[in-house]
Design a protein. Structure first.
Length: 365
């Protein structure tokens, strides 16, 4: 009995010792974070630009920290921790307002937190057009909108809005998308059921729905969060949404991860009125409009091959003002300030193509 008691006291003493060490480390972290925030405020006073969000600088910080990390924290955990530290320090300089496709609980809202952290003002928009217009009209500093999905391809409305605006792409993030089947109550009525989701989500879950819900009507709505909201108000509406919507709208989970592709990923972009400086690992996006003649697209693509510039994405959209003519959306590696990219732009202009540079920005981490 005395031996057991001795072991207990020994373990208790060791536990208290470790906890004391943790408390000391926490106090040091707090002191250092406050020192960092003061330095961040000093840099704000020295900046020539009033734009306090510098994607290229933040990308360099995160990449450096990832390279220094020896564990046991995972890469994603390091990014999450320092993203919040940077967000808190940034908020001491100036309040930022970011628009996203709402309502609350969408993947777009999650993307805002992944990019800007928690210390920003979020503005929910009804549509992608509204989110982008918020920035154009000066109601928000930034907007985060989806531009591409790994299974469904480009988000056309985003491309159309960018083509019609003067805004710049200043960042990107890739998010793994997991869809869940949700309802207000697991005891569902036997008739008049509907499944609500965004049209792209319905496409991403089509095979699963065909197998398990073949006779239930599918209704496309403006967002998955809207579907969750609808479900929270009606026993006969089943929603497809992410996990954030479960707690937000007090829903029950019928089935998890119902997307057809387990590698389902959506790429979101950040748009603003500002260009971004080089970060050392960048991507550039442009719109190109060619003449409707043989070899025009081939001639526009040829300089990329000759200059060994890696095209990472290409798609097209119809020119609404000109029947059967199209504009092309290109993503490629490199920054617009690089000599090789500037040479590319000159050559494209010499080909008499219409070139619209959407911006250069850090690649997704």
């Amino acid at each position: 009995m005395k031996k057991r008691q001795g072991n207990y006291l020994s373990n208790k003493d060791e536990l208290e010792k470790i906890r004391s060490q943790i408390d000391t480390i926490d106090e040091s972290i707090l002191e250092l974070v406050n020192q960092r925030s003061l330095l961040a405020k000093e840099t704000a006073n020295l900046k020539k630009s009033t734009d306090i969000y510098k994607p290229e600088r933040e990308a360099k910080i995160i990449r450096n920290l990832i390279s220094l990390n020896e564990g046991p924290l995972l890469k994603e955990q390091v990014i999450s921790i320092f993203n919040e530290i940077i967000s808190s320090c940034r908020s001491l300089e100036k309040e930022l307002k970011v628009s996203y496709l709402g309502p609350e609980g969408t993947f777009s809202e999650e993307a805002v937190k992944e990019v800007f952290g928690s210390s920003v003002t979020k503005s929910s928009a009804v549509t992608i057009e509204e989110a982008i217009s918020d920035v154009s009209e000066g109601n928000s500093n930034y907007a985060i909108v989806p531009i591409e999905n790994s299974t469904e391809g480009p988000v056309n409305i985003t491309l159309d809005c960018l083509y019609a605006s003067d805004l710049k792409i200043c960042g990107e993030i890739e998010m793994s998308i997991q869809h869940n089947l949700l309802a207000k109550d697991l005891a569902l009525p036997k008739t008049d059921l509907e499944i609500h989701a965004h049209e792209q989500t319905l496409s991403q879950c089509k095979n699963w729905l065909d197998d398990y819900c073949p006779n239930i009507k599918r209704v496309a709505v403006s967002s998955n969060a809207q579907a969750a909201l609808n479900s929270s108000k009606s026993d006969s509406v089943i929603a497809i949404a992410g996990r954030a919507a479960i707690e937000k709208y007090n829903l029950k989970v019928i089935a998890e991860k119902i997307q057809d592709s387990k590698n389902n990923t959506t790429r979101f972009i950040t748009v603003s009125k500002n260009d971004v400086e080089a970060s050392g690992s960048d991507k550039t996006s442009v719109f190109i409009t060619t003449k409707n003649e043989p070899g025009a697209l081939f001639n526009a693509l040829k300089p990329f091959h000759e200059k060994k510039i890696n095209l990472t994405h290409i798609t097209y959209r119809p020119l609404r003002k000109d029947k059967w003519n199209y504009f092309f959306f290109f993503d490629f590696e490199g920054h617009r300030e690089e000599k090789k990219i500037q040479s590319l732009f000159e050559e494209l202009k010499n080909l008499n193509v219409d070139l619209k540079i959407l911006g250069s920005y850090p690649k997704a981490t």
